[in-house]
Write a protein that binds this ligand. Structure first.
Ligand SMILES: [Fe+2]
Length: 171
């Protein structure tokens, strides 16, 4: 049985993951407005991945027999000046999500809720990957800032990104 505090914070994390999904869709819309089809695809796939993160918590709470809640999402709209601006905002957002995961881990650890601690390890590792991916892309975009052909190649590379949720046994 999860404590009220841990359950509320896990439900809030569903909100953060679904907000991430909306945020990345809004970034996809910006990239589409700039005719960057590969970047648009990248953010649409990222949005799918965030929905999958939310669903991992959904299934965990369901397995624990806990009440799943959906809190109101904020409007993710923002004015972006450039693709670099979008990626810097993405990295800042992932750092925010990492803090939220760490806070969840703090609560689960204080409460010695071992099943939640084990569950959260996947998210701790995932956040390392997310931050590394955005940091790497920021470097690439900076490197391409004075060379449109490099930007074209990067856009083409990002057009290839796909997302298939792993089968439950492989997660
Ligand atoms: Fe996420």
């Amino acid at each position: 049985m999860l404590s009220e505090k841990l359950l509320t914070t896990l439900n809030e994390q569903i909100k953060h993951e679904l907000y991430s999904s909306h945020l990345y869709l809004s970034m996809a819309a910006y990239c589409a407005s700039q005719d960057l089809d590969g970047f648009t695809n990248f953010f649409i796939m990222q949005a799918e991945e965030e929905k999958f993160h939310a669903m991992k918590i959904f299934h965990f709470l369901n397995d624990k027999g806990a009440d799943i809640k959906f809190y109101q999402l904020d409007d993710p709209s923002a004015e972006y000046q450039s693709v670099l601006d979008v990626f810097e905002a993405s990295l800042a957002h992932e750092k925010f999500v990492t803090k939220k995961i760490y806070n969840l881990m703090d609560i689960a650890t204080q409460e010695k809720e071992y099943s939640t601690i084990t569950f959260l390890h996947w998210f701790v590792n995932e956040q390392v990957e997310e931050e590394a991916m955005f940091t790497d892309l920021i470097q690439k975009i900076k490197g391409a800032s004075h060379d449109p052909s490099l930007m074209f190649l990067l856009d083409r590379e990002l057009a290839l990104r796909t997302f298939t949720p792993p089968a439950p046994a492989a997660e």
